[in-house]
Design a protein around this ligand. Structure first.
Ligand SMILES: [Fe+2]
Length: 192
C-alpha cells in the first residue's frame, strides 16, 4: 500500500476497539448504511474541515473523525496515482464520499466466501466501476470488496469514510486478471 504520513488524530488513537455490533438491546441502534452515507456527504461538504487536512504530494494523509453512533470515520487525501488496493472491511458496513477531486471505485458484484480460501477465480461480469466526483458518495454492505484510487493523474482528491462497527479487520487481496488472492488480514492499527 502507499506510504502515508499521518495527520494528528482528532479523537484518540486510530485503533478504536471494536465494541461488537450494537443491536436493539445494546442501547442506541447501529447507524445504517443510509445514515453513514448522510454523514459522509455532509462532512464532505464541510469546506473548513476539508481544507484543514494537510495534503502531501508524496502520499495519503488522514484525520480521524467522530462518526455517528459509534462509527469509525476518517477524512483522507489522495495524491494522483494513489489507491487502496483490493480489500474488504471485515464485516463492517459503511459509506464514503468525495469531498474534492475525483475518485474511482472498482468493486465486485458478488459475495465472496470470507473463510477457507486463498485464491478465487472470479466469474465474468462481476466487475463494477464507478466514478465519484466531488459531492458524490456511496454506501456499501458488510461483504463489500473494492479498491479506491485517484487515477486522475493530476488532481489531489479528498474523501470522507465511515464504518460501523469500527473496522475489526481488513482483508487485503491481490488481483491478477480474474484471480483474486488473499494476501493478508490487517487488524486495527496496522493500516495506519
Ligand atoms: Fe474500503
Amino acid at each position: 500500500m502507499s506510504s502515508a504520513s499521518s495527520a494528528t488524530p482528532v479523537s484518540g488513537s486510530g485503533s478504536a476497539p471494536a465494541k461488537g455490533p450494537a443491536g436493539p438491546a445494546g442501547g442506541a441502534p447501529a447507524p445504517t448504511e443510509a445514515e453513514l452515507l448522510d454523514f459522509v456527504r455532509e462532512t464532505a461538504a464541510d469546506a473548513g474541515l476539508v481544507t484543514s487536512l494537510p495534503l502531501d504530494p508524496g502520499g495519503r494523509t488522514w484525520l480521524r473523525l467522530n462518526g455517528p453512533g459509534g462509527s469509525e470515520a476518517w477524512i483522507i487525501s489522495w495524491p494522483p496515482g494513489t489507491g487502496t488496493g483490493w480489500h474488504d472491511h471485515g464485516g463492517s458496513h459503511g459509506a464514503f464520499a468525495t469531498a474534492r477531486g475525483r475518485l474511482t471505485e472498482h468493486s465486485l458484484a458478488t459475495r465472496l466466501p470470507t473463510e477457507g480460501w486463498k485464491t478465487l477465480e472470479l466469474a465474468d461480469g462481476v466487475d463494477r466501476e464507478r466514478e465519484l466526483t466531488t459531492g458524490r458518495g456511496r454506501a456499501f454492505g458488510p461483504h463489500h470488496v473494492h479498491q479506491v484510487l485517484n487515477d486522475t493523474g493530476s488532481e489531489h482528491a479528498v474523501s470522507v469514510h465511515a464504518y460501523y462497527p469500527p473496522l475489526p479487520l481488513m482483508r487485503r487481496y491481490s488481483r491478477t486478471g480474474a484471480l483474486l488472492r488473499l494476501e493478508q488480514v490487517e487488524r486495527p492499527g496496522e493500516w495506519e
